[in-house]
Structures are given as structure tokens and as C-alpha cells.
Design a protein around this ligand. Structure first.
Ligand code: SAM
Length: 216
């Protein structure tokens, strides 16, 4: 077993299963995807640690447990069209790409988007479109989405995401202050105004900067 494979297995057991994530599809994919591809060379030995890591441009790759928790909350079965806001390193995008039919990921910083694109190509994640734009507007072109995941914290839930969520769809988003947020899951029912909110616990994300987020 190579060194990283061992580290991934340990990450799964100690950080993810141990904290209650049980969706076998999510666990399998996270056991397979080489997270170390998505971190800078100087941080390779920390790639499977239980914390976020810097990826440049003052942004981060999220903690593995948070990636697992948010992905599980989307309840993906393989047939979905997913919108991700905040591509960052592209790691979460790779996880989504193996669990859904199509992924649209929006990143506001073009250098990060470009780097992520290259790694996703190397991993043959051909069902992903990465767009450079203010993702607080969502991505109208391909709406509605069966699932929307926002990996940057917003002061409130942008209405654009609710508008672009399909009936029966799931939205997961960190909402709250600039330094601490609550992870919120919104499930859209079959009637137009039928929205169910669930608190998935505390978290710390970098800010969603844009028209419907924080003002940069
Ligand atoms: N999921 C990513 C990963 O696995 O590496 C981590 C994402 S990082 C915590 C948050 C990302 O959201 C940053 O790359 C940041 O540039 C991006 N972001 C912030 N505001 C945004 C916006 N309005 N539209 C698109 N991306 C945004």
C-alpha cells in the first residue's frame, strides 16, 4: 500500500467514520481521491491532516470531515446535476464529480480555477465545468440544480440559490458571521414555497465575496 493510500484509510476511519458520516458512496470516493494532488508541494505531508490548509490567494482547501459532512448532506445517488460555489483547490469538485452526473463549479479567482481545472483533467473528471464568475449569483445557465453546495460563508442565504434549486433539491451552505458560521441544509419540497431548514452544526469558512455575499 502506498504511503498516501494508508493516510487516506486512516483519515476515513479516524476523522470521518468516527464522527458519524456513514454514506458508503461518499466514504468510498474519499478513500480513492488523492487529496495530496490538491495541496502545495510544501504541504504534502499534511494533505490528510484533520484541518483545512492554505492553497494560496488567502483561500483554503476544506477540512476532510467538512467535505464529507457537506457531501453526505446532498444525498447524491449518481443522477444529479450539482452546482458548487467556491472551487478552491478543486478537491470537493472531484468528490462531487464521482458521485453525480454533472458538476458546475464557480470560482471567483481565475488562478485557482485554472489550477483546479488541470488537476481535475488529470483525474479524468470530465463531467465538470469550472466557471470564473461571482458565484453569489449562482449559475443560471444550467439551473435548476438537484443539489447546490456553497463552500464559502455567506451573511445570509442568497435568494439566487433558492431560485436555482430544483423541487426536491438540497442546498448546503455556511451562514453567519465573517469568522464563524452555521452549516445550514435547505431542502426544497414539491410545493413552490416549501423549504425545510436544518442546522448541521458550527463551521469556519472563508467569506463568500460578491453581490449576494460579503462586500470584498
Ligand atoms: N471546496 C474547496 C476545496 O475543496 O478546495 C474549498 C473552497 S475555499 C474554502 C472557498 C472558495 O470560495 C475560495 O476559493 C474562494 O475564492 C471562493 N469564493 C469566495 N467567494 C466566491 C464567489 N462569490 N464566487 C465564487 N467563488 C467564491
Amino acid at each position: 500500500m502506498d504511503k498516501y493510500k494508508k493516510q487516506r484509510a486512516r483519515m476515513l476511519e479516524r476523522q470521518i467514520r468516527a464522527r458519524g458520516v456513514s454514506d458508503e458512496r461518499v466514504l468510498k470516493v474519499m478513500e480513492e481521491i488523492p487529496r495530496h494532488f490538491f495541496v502545495d508541494e510544501a504541504l504534502l505531508d499534511q494533505a490528510y491532516n484533520d484541518n483545512p490548509l492554505p492553497i494560496g490567494e488567502r483561500q483554503t482547501i476544506s477540512q476532510p470531515y467538512i467535505v464529507a459532512l457537506m457531501t453526505e448532506a446532498l444525498e447524491l445517488t449518481g443522477s444529479e446535476k450539482v452546482l458548487e460555489i467556491g472551487t478552491g483547490s478543486g478537491y470537493q469538485t472531484a468528490v462531487l464529480s464521482r458521485l453525480a452526473d454533472r458538476v458546475i463549479s464557480v470560482e471567483r479567482i481565475s488562478s485557482l480555477a485554472e489550477k483546479a481545472r488541470k488537476i481535475l483533467e488529470r483525474l479524468k473528471c470530465f463531467n465538470v465545468l469550472i466557471a470564473v464568475s461571482d458565484g453569489s449569483f449562482g449559475w443560471k445557465d444550467e439551473a435548476p440544480y438537484d443539489a447546490i453546495i456553497v463552500t464559502a460563508g455567506a451573511p445570509d442565504i442568497p435568494r439566487t440559490y433558492i431560485e436555482q434549486l430544483a423541487r426536491g433539491g438540497r442546498l448546503v451552505i455556511p451562514v453567519g458571521g465573517a469568522h464563524e458560521q452555521k452549516l445550514v441544509r435547505v431542502v426544497r419540497g414539491t410545493l413552490p414555497d416549501d423549504l425545510e431548514y436544518e442546522d448541521l452544526g458550527g463551521c469556519r469558512f472563508v467569506n463568500l465575496i460578491g453581490e449576494y455575499g460579503w462586500k470584498g
